[in-house]
Design a protein around this ligand. Structure first.
Ligand SMILES: C[S@@+](CC[C@H](N)C(=O)[O-])C[C@H]1O[C@@H](n2cnc3c(N)ncnc32)[C@H](O)[C@@H]1O
Length: 302
């Protein structure tokens, strides 16, 4: 909402609305703009009659357009806050707010994407609210190409697909991407379900048509051709606390014979935090289109 006034009492609220600069309200008071005023009460229920009385108390506003309850051009809103304790609701609200509605939030999506009900999760699956923030900060739009180079169980891909992104990811952990790591849920004793995968998660939310794929790969090594361009990179790199920070490499100097190359599992070395971010920024600089965004977490010592 665009806040026009706030107060602790009704009288004070009306006084404050009246003193809100008219030149800021005027653009919404035109004869050709339909309007409605709605009342929302937090932690209290009110009858329609009570709401109507409150709506009519704003009759001094010089609203000139027709009233339209469904999809009006201008929606003004009174919010009343009755605290957080539903067992002790005060007679009058603690706070009142009045302003112009701009857009609805999407908090319901957080519940929809809850990790509790998600098919495939791991120890480091990112919380849905934070994942949605990240996709929002990355400005993911319909049809964007979004990559997570440390994809894990794909939580960030789920969030990016919510905003219309076509998603792909990579991760060094073969077992993770194949849903073969130890189960994260306590009730799953030894084995994960056969169909646990990033793809299943996308299917669960009806986004499988936006799922491109995930690939087992080391983010420290070049994988994509240089001309490959992305709209967004959203990622949560490993910090070495809950998961290993590894990359392919060896401290020893040896040559693998052709005979042993087939089926060879490369050895890994420690992937230092500074190197991880250096590689990530380098990768983003090369593969993000102009104006594209990298959104990632960086651990700090506070
Ligand atoms: C913090 S977790 C990401 C969790 C993910 N956001 C999710 O929701 O499940 C970091 C991931 O980076 C992966 N990883 C570690 N080193 C890597 C490397 N060198 N290249 C690619 N992935 C790596 C780990 O296997 C782990 O899955």
């Amino acid at each position: 909402m665009e806040l026009w006034a706030q107060a602790k009492t009704e009288e004070e609220l009306h006084k404050n609305v009246r003193s809100y600069p008219m030149e800021l309200m005027k653009p919404y008071f035109k004869p050709d703009l339909s309007f409605k005023i709605s009342v929302e009460t937090f932690c209290n229920r009110q009858s329609q009659a009570e709401k109507v009385t409150k709506i009519e108390s704003f009759s001094y506003l010089p609203l000139e357009g027709p009233v339209k309850l469904n999809d009006p051009d201008v929606c003004l809103q009174l919010l009343e806050y009755y605290g957080l304790d539903s067992n002790h609701i005060p007679e009058k609200p603690y706070n009142l707010f009045f302003g112009r509605w701009i857009a609805d939030g999407q908090r319901d999506v957080i519940t929809k994407l809850s990790l509790k009900t998600r098919k495939f999760i791991g120890n480091t699956s990112m919380d849905p609210q934070l994942s949605l923030y990240m996709a929002n900060q990355a400005l993911v739009r319909n049809g964007d190409l979004v990559l997570d180079p440390f994809v894990g169980t794909g939580s960030l891909l789920v969030a990016a697909s919510h905003f219309g992104g076509y998603v792909l990811g990579s991760d060094i952990d073969f077992l993770m991407l194949h849903g073969k790591t130890r189960p994260t849920r306590i009730q799953q004793k030894k084995h994960r379900d056969k169909d646990e995968s990033v793809r299943s998660n996308m299917q669960q939310y009806g986004k499988d048509n936006q799922y491109l794929d995930v690939i087992v790969a080391d983010a420290s090594l070049p994988l994509w051709r240089p001309s490959f361009k992305l709209d967004c990179i959203i990622t949560d790199p490993p910090y070495g606390i809950r998961e290993a920070t590894e990359r392919i490499g060896s401290t020893k100097n040896y040559q693998i014979s052709d005979h042993h190359l087939v089926g060879h599992i490369p050895s890994k070395v420690e992937y230092g935090l500074q190197q991880i971010y250096q590689d990530l920024f380098q990768f983003a600089a090369q593969h993000l289109k102009m104006g594209g965004r990298l959104v990632c977490w960086i651990p700090v010592v506070r």
